[in-house]
Design a protein around this ligand. Structure first.
Ligand code: AKG
Ligand code: FE2
Length: 527
């Protein structure tokens, strides 16, 4: 799929000419045999490419509706290649087509918009107008809104479905009032606005969603208004049947999720200074020489989470993106390489591992991380950089970076390294809106700022897994998000992480003891 990486979507648009040329080459024989579907495909796509204003199109891809619409355009126009060629004929172009948005991307795109609606509490009526938190973009049609509502119903997001389908019914009714009943034109099975049949479908799905959120009364009213029209209609019959049998679906949202959504909406928030050592919020981290220093801001004391400023230059950030793209990004997975490996809507991004050998910029960065954290971030004691590019509404749901017992196989895989002791997460891009990193357990959310890094220990100083470090990448609303994860292992760092003299010592207590032990410089800064 491509919807999980904005960079891949942009490449798909920028390199479409090449894609079409390659397809043309592989299907020459078919074209000369008079496959009219193919000929029509070439004409349509070449006309589109030739008239495309590329810089404007790429700009639109910073907006969720822009991405949604480009996915739809490719999905619809490439259907002839997927549907009407025999398996034998399409085998040649299968790998080329994997670079182009298909049905999974279409479905994934709809789910992503529903996630944005849910996390940021957006109204579909505004989203359809292209208004996301006051960032404007292209509009969605009534049929887009209907199909998104239907997806919300399918994935059992009923309150969201009610909102989309209510909007769809309004928009479709308006369209019909203006254009009159619609005559179907063949467009590869896609629906078009203004078709009364689809209006009825939208109304029945709305009724079925209303039932599930406990609004029997309006569901029944809808049914009564429909059933007089067409008693044969299957969807209306289903609604009638469910009126008697289907009950309300429990839509519990646990407190952590509610807090997580709130943090995402706030975009950035640090804990109150009173909750930590008020004498220390910012400090310098030195690399060998006193004038070679970086700002570190302590965001939370327990769990220990801090922000390092400007740890990577723009040039190096671009190098790392380029070196990673050259290796090739693949869909981010849960439990990669294992039997239970999955790609899921839990994590919508593309990733690659960039080792120090493969990129000079990466090697430089590993050394810098070692200095800044006083931990060994070289390949003996840490994973290679994981470079991540998010897609449409791209996010990573709440999780811990450490491996827990329930992921025993994962842990076994790394038994030579222990566990992930700490995470150093660097933002390679500014994100205009959304895409923050939220830590509900610390009541903290960090807005992505190019060049900055968040750093945290996943273990408490006395060696327990710190469940308060549970965190998530909030969905990206506007812009493009790239990050690097550096996971630093426990083995190889057993003796480098400072330990405290008192039980329950915080990270800062420990460091104060350490520093005052061997240099007066840091102590002075603090007191
Ligand atoms: O993208 C983010 O802000 C968080 C990413 C993350 O937690 C991870 O990749 O493990
Ligand atoms: Fe994480």
């Amino acid at each position: 799929d491509v919807f999980t990486s904005v960079t891949l979507i942009k490449d798909m648009v920028l390199k479409e000419r090449e894609i079409v040329d390659r397809i043309q080459e592989s299907t020459q024989r078919l074209v000369s045999n008079g496959y009219s579907q193919l000929t029509r495909f070439y004409h349509k796509r070449l006309a589109t490419i030739n008239s495309r204003n590329f810089s404007r199109e790429i700009e639109r891809l910073n907006h969720p509706n822009g991405i949604y619409l480009i996915i739809k355009e490719f999905f619809e126009d490439y259907i002839p290649l997927r549907k009407y060629l025999t398996d034998y004929e399409s085998a040649n172009i299968e790998s080329i087509l994997s670079e182009v948005a298909g049905e999974q991307d279409m479905e994934g795109a709809r789910e992503s918009l529903i996630r944005l609606q849910e996390v940021y509490n957006l109204q579909p009526r505004e989203m359809a107008k292209g208004n996301y938190l006051n960032y404007k973009g292209p509009e969605l049609s009534a049929s887009d809104v209907y199909l998104i509502g239907k997806t919300a119903f399918t994935i059992e997001k009923y309150p969201q479905a009610v909102q989309w389908l209510t909007t769809a019914v309004d928009l479709m009714s308006k369209d019909i009032a203006i254009t009159g009943p619609y005559v179907e034109t063949p467009s590869f099975g896609m629906i078009s606005t203004g078709n009364t049949a689809f209006l009825t479908d939208a109304q029945t799905y709305l009724g079925r969603s209303l039932l599930r959120v406990g609004d029997q009364e309006n569901a029944r009213k809808l049914y009564m208004s429909l059933v007089t029209d067409d008693i044969e209609n299957k969807n209306i019959q289903t609604l009638g049947y469910e009126l008697k049998s289907v009950g309300t679906v429990e839509i519990g949202q646990n407190q952590v999720i509610t807090k997580f959504y709130n943090l995402c909406q706030q975009q950035s928030k640090t804990s109150e200074p009173t909750s930590m050592d008020s004498r220390l919020r910012c400090r310098f981290a030195y690399i060998l020489l006193p004038y070679y220093r970086f700002h570190e801001e302590i965001l939370s004391n327990t769990p220990y989470i801090s922000m390092f400023y400007d740890v990577i230059t723009s040039t190096d950030a671009e190098r790392i993106k380029k070196d990673s793209s050259a290796i090739g990004l693949t869909r981010g997975k849960i439990s990669p390489g294992l039997l239970n490996e999955t790609t899921s809507s839990f994590r919508t991004s593309h990733v690659t591992f960039l080792s120090d050998e493969k990129s000079e910029a990466a090697a430089f960065l590993s050394r810098r991380i070692s200095y800044l954290t006083h931990l060994d971030a070289s390949k003996q004691a840490a994973e290679p950089h994981q470079v991540v590019n998010y897609g449409l509404g791209g996010h990573y749901a709440l999780h811990l970076d450490v491996f827990l017992e329930e992921r025993a196989e994962m842990k076994a895989r790394f038994e030579n390294y222990g566990n992930r002791m700490a995470t150093f997460l660097i933002y390679l891009t500014d994100v205009e809106r959304g895409g923050s990193t939220a830590f509900p357990g610390a009541d903290l959310v960090v807005s992505p700022t190019k060049g900055n890094a968040v750093f945290w220990y996943s273990f408490t100083p006395d060696g327990e897994i710190d469940h308060l470090t549970e965190h998530a990448g909030c969905p990206v609303v506007i812009g493009e998000k790239w990050i690097i994860n550096k996971w630093i292992w426990t083995y190889g760092n057993t003796f480098t992480r400072r330990c405290g003299l008192k039980p329950n010592a915080s990270q800062l207590d420990i460091e104060r003891e350490m520093y005052s032990g061997y240099t007066g410089k840091h102590k002075k800064q603090r007191d």
